[in-house]
Design a protein around this ligand. Structure first.
Ligand code: NAD
Ligand code: DAU
Length: 349
C-alpha cells in the first residue's frame, strides 16, 4: 500500500509512520510543513528505509498538494496535519482556522480530483482518513461518555477548528461520495511528544528542577492513550473501517491532571531519586481560559466492529514514556534550548 501521511513529522504522525514502515510493509510519503511541532528527528528509526520519503509542503498549498497526489499516486491518505495545541489556539487562533479548516478543505478538494480519475479497482481501496479529537464533543460532567452520536459542542478555537474540519470531511463524503473515514481520539502520550503538552512538560521541568505547573485545581480529567495503540487503531480503521463511518478511540484510562503529575513524580522518584520528591515542585497556576472539565471516550464501537482495544495500560505506558525521555535527551535538549523552553502558553487576554 502506498500511503500519504500528512503531519507525519509530528507526535502521532511519526508514530504512525514508524508503525506503517516497520510493521505493515507500507510505502509512505510524509507530507509536512515542518512547523514548530514538526521534527524529522522523530523519523530517524525509519528514514533510511527506501519505502519512506518526505516532502515539505503546506496542506493549504493547492498546486503543490495536487502535484504530490499525481506524482506519488497514493492508495490511501491519512490526514493528521494540524495545529494541535489548545493553549496556542488561545494565543493565535487564526492559524488554527487556516490550517485545520482551510487546509483540510484544500486536501479534500485535491483528493477528490485525484480520486475521480482513478480506475474502478483503485477507487475501491482509496480512503480519505481524517484524524480528529474527542474535544469536538465538548466537556462532560462527572458521569457519561462521548459516543459517535454525541452532538458536537466545541469550546476552544482548537476544538472548533477540528469540529469544522470534521464537518468538511463528512460533506465531501456525502456530497461527492469521496470514501471518507473519521476517528475521534482522546489524549495521546508517549515518545517524541513535543514538550509543550502536559506529560513531557512535567517530566522535563521535573528533571530541570523547575515548577510543575498545574492549571486550576488539577481536577480536570483526561482519558489517556499510549500513542502506539492509537497508530494501530488508525491503520485498522483505514483498512477495515466502513467508508462514511466515525470511530471513537480511547484509552479507558481516566485520570485527573493532578493524578497524572503525581504518577510522573513517583516514577521519577524511583528512577532518578534526589533528596526531595519531585512532587515538591508541583505548583498550582491560573486556569486555562474555558478549560474543559472532563473528556471520556466510549470506544465500544471500535471494539465491537473491528476488534481493537488498547494493549498498553496507563502505568506501563507512563513508565515507558518517562524512561524514553531519560534515555533520549539528544531528542529533547535541542527543542528545550532552541524552540520551546517550557514557558506558560495560553493564559488569555
Ligand atoms: P503535532 O502538533 O505533534 O503535529 C502536527 C504536525 O502537523 C506537525 O508535524 C506539523 O509540522 C504539521 N503541520 C502543521 N500545520 C501544517 C500545515 N499547514 N501543512 C502541513 N503540515 C502541517 O500533533 P499531534 O499531537 O501529532 O496530532 C496529530 C493529529 O491528531 C492532529 O490532527 C490532532 O488534532 C489529532 N489528535 C491529537 C491528539 C493528541 O493527544 N495529541 C488526540 C486526538 C487527536
Ligand atoms: O483530547 C485530545 C486532545 O488532547 C488533542 O486533541 C490535542 O491535540 C492534545 O493537545 C490534547 O489536548 P489537551 O489540552 O488535553 O492537552 P494538554 O497536554 O495541553 O493538557 C492536558 C491537560 O493538562 C489539560 O487539562 C490542561 C492541563 N495542563 C496542561 C499543561 C500544558 C496543565 O495543568 N498544565 C500544563 O502546563
Amino acid at each position: 500500500m502506498k500511503v500519504i501521511v500528512t503531519g507525519g513529522a509530528g507526535f502521532i504522525g511519526s508514530a504512525l509512520i514508524r508503525y506503517l514502515i516497520k510493521e505493515c510493509g507500507c510505502t509512505v510519503l510524509n507530507l509536512d510543513k515542518l512547523t514548530y511541532a514538526g521534527n524529522l528527528d522523530n523519523l530517524k528509526e525509519v528514514d533510511a528505509d527506501e519505502r519512506y520519503s518526505f516532502v515539505q509542503c503546506d496542506i493549504c498549498d493547492a498546486e503543490k498538494v495536487a502535484q504530490i497526489f499525481n506524482d506519488f499516486a497514493p492508495d490511501t491518505i491519512m490526514h493528521l496535519a494540524a495545529e494541535s495545541h489548545v493553549d496556542r489556539s488561545i494565543d493565535a487562533p487564526l492559524e488554527f482556522v487556516r490550517t485545520n479548516v482551510m487546509g483540510t478543505a484544500n486536501l479534500l478538494h485535491c483528493a477528490l480530483n485525484y480520486y475521480s480519475q482513478l480506475p474502478e479497482e483503485k477507487k475501491e481501496q482509496f480512503r480519505f482518513q481524517h484524524i480528529s479529537t474527542d474535544e469536538v464533543y465538548g466537556s462532560l460532567g462527572k458521569d457519561g461518555y462521548f459516543t459517535e452520536s454525541t452532538p458536537y459542542d466545541p469550546r476552544s478555537p482548537y476544538s472548533a477548528s477540528k469540529a469544522s474540519s470534521d464537518h468538511m470531511v463528512r460533506a465531501w463524503g456525502h456530497t461527492f461520495k469521496l470514501p471518507v473515514l473519521l476517528s475521534n481520539c482522546s489524549n495521546n502520550y508517549g515518545p517524541y511528544h513535543f514538550p509543550e503538552k502536559l506529560i513531557p512538560l512535567i517530566i522535563l521541568n521535573a528533571l530541570d528542577g523547575k515548577p510543575l505547573p498545574i492549571y486550576g485545581k488539577g481536577d480536570n480529567v483526561r482519558d489517556w492513550l499510549f500513542v502506539e495503540d492509537h497508530a494501530r487503531a488508525l491503520w485498522l480503521i483505514n483498512r477495515k473501517g466502513v467508508p462514511g463511518e466515525t470511530y471513537n478511540i480511547g484509552g479507558n484510562s481516566e485520570r485527573t491532571n493532578l493524578e497524572v503529575v503525581e504518577e510522573c513524580c513517583k516514577i521519577l522518584d524511583e528512577l532518578v531519586p534526589k533528596a526531595e520528591s519531585y512532587s515538591k515542585q508541583i505548583t498550582f497556576v491560573s486556569d486555562r481560559p474555558g478549560h474543559d472539565l472532563r473528556y471520556a471516550i466510549d470506544a465500544s464501537k471500535l471494539k465491537r466492529d473491528l476488534g481493537w482495544e488498547p494493549q498498553i495500560t496507563f502505568s506501563e505506558g507512563l513508565r515507558a514514556t518517562v524512561k524514553w525521555y531519560l534515555d533520549n535527551s539528544w531528542w529533547w535538549k535541542p527543542i528545550r534550548e532552541k524552540n520551546y523552553a517550557g514557558e506558560r502558553l495560553g493564559k488569555g487576554k
